[in-house]
Design a protein around this ligand. Structure first.
Ligand code: KG4
Ligand code: ZN
Length: 329
């Protein structure tokens, strides 16, 4: 069984011989009123949700806790208070049942979500991992051997989506809302400058400021600018962000001469990103791997999948393990 509690989803999943039997996710709605995740409220909600979520995962799989052969948990990266809930719970359960404990890196797990369903990628492949806290281009050499070859030096692309949505009054999480409005808008209507970065790195803080000033200027001329032009604004923001992501991904693919390309993480649910990747795959001759929607955003199924490979490699940790908010690969 695997437990995920790094941000605002409390989740438990059961894996048996590499197959996910159950993936229970409880999303915390409390953050919607605040336009972002409030760490203290996230920890409290995890504390309330973890027992029901774990019980449901066991019940739905018709498995007794005594049947479990190991307990896995997200050690990091994530919010300290949130991670502590899952970490402590997993440690207690492993101790009580006298079974091994497995730590999982949340970002590696986003990538290993690709091994839940068919088709499973062949190694090596490049993965663009895009979430609310990270934006990375990762060279995936095997299940547990991965190297970050490029990443954001400031905001994550998910943050750029969420902060833009907040400026537009669309609520949290904003990525899905921008995605929705963008589908009927003109992506070329407005342009936003993107920051030049070396090699395969990204920067998304500049575009957020550009959007802020763009909106301020337009609202001075017309109070209703946002409501009258929402689809075009969303489509233009989304296409700018996607172009930035794809530019560096293509550069990395050319540099490493790799034609197997995957996307992972919450932002990989974005329809514009998925269709742009499919378009590029035809143009560049890439084989692309796009995860099922249910495994894009945070879930314990992906943690269970990563834990399965660690279980096969007998990579266990002791009771002294603690949460690691800035965990690296
Ligand atoms: O991976 P994830 O669930 O949590 C983190 O590990 O951060 O990613 C959450 C991020 C949020 O920024 C959310 O707005 C974004 O993924 N997201 C999307 C979409 N669905 C979720 N962004 C753009 N389009 C979407 N459809
Ligand atoms: Zn995530």
């Amino acid at each position: 069984m695997a437990i995920e509690s790094s941000c605002d989803e409390t989740s438990a999943a059961i894996v048996h011989n590499g197959k996910i039997l159950n993936n229970i996710i409880s999303t915390q709605s409390v953050h919607e009123n605040y336009g972002g995740v409030v760490p203290e409220l996230a920890s409290r909600a995890h504390q309330q949700n973890i027992v029901p979520v774990v019980s449901e995962a066991l019940k739905n799989s018709a498995i007794n806790k005594e049947d479990l052969s190991a307990i896995a948990f997200t050690r990091g990266p994530g919010l300290m208070g949130a991670l502590l809930v899952g970490t402590s719970f997993a440690k207690s359960m492993a101790l009580a049942l006298d079974i091994p404990l497995i730590e999982v890196n949340h970002m590696q797990a986003h990538i290993l979500a690709h091994f839940i369903d068919q088709p499973k990628p062949k190694f090596p492949f490049l993965c663009l991992t895009v979430s609310g806290g990270h934006t990375q281009i990762v060279m995936v050499k095997s299940y547990l051997d991965m190297e970050i070859v490029g990443e954001t030096k400031d905001d994550a692309v998910g943050e750029a989506f969420d902060k833009s949505a907040k400026l537009l009054g669309l609520g949290y999480p904003g990525g899905p809302m921008i995605d929705k409005y963008a589908s009927t808008g003109d992506p070329k209507k407005y342009t936003f400058p993107s920051t030049e970065m070396p090699e395969f790195d990204y920067s998304f803080s500049g575009i957020k400021t550009a959007i802020l000033y763009f909106l301020k200027d337009r609202l001075k001329e017309n109070d209703n600018f946002i409501t009258e032009n929402l689809p075009d604004i969303c489509a233009s923001i989304q296409s700018t962000l996607i172009a930035m992501l794809m530019d560096k991904l293509k550069k990395a693919a050319d540099h490493y001469k790799i034609d197997r390309i995957a996307i992972a993480g919450g932002v990989s649910a974005n329809k514009g990103l998925r269709s742009e990747l499919n378009r590029l795959s035809e143009k560049e001759g890439w084989t692309v791997y796009i995860p099922a929607f249910e495994y894009c955003t945070d879930n314990a199924g992906m943690i269970a999948m990563a834990a399965y490979y660690k279980f096969l490699a007998q990579e266990f940790v002791g009771q002294e393990v603690s949460a690691l908010p800035r965990m690296k690969f």
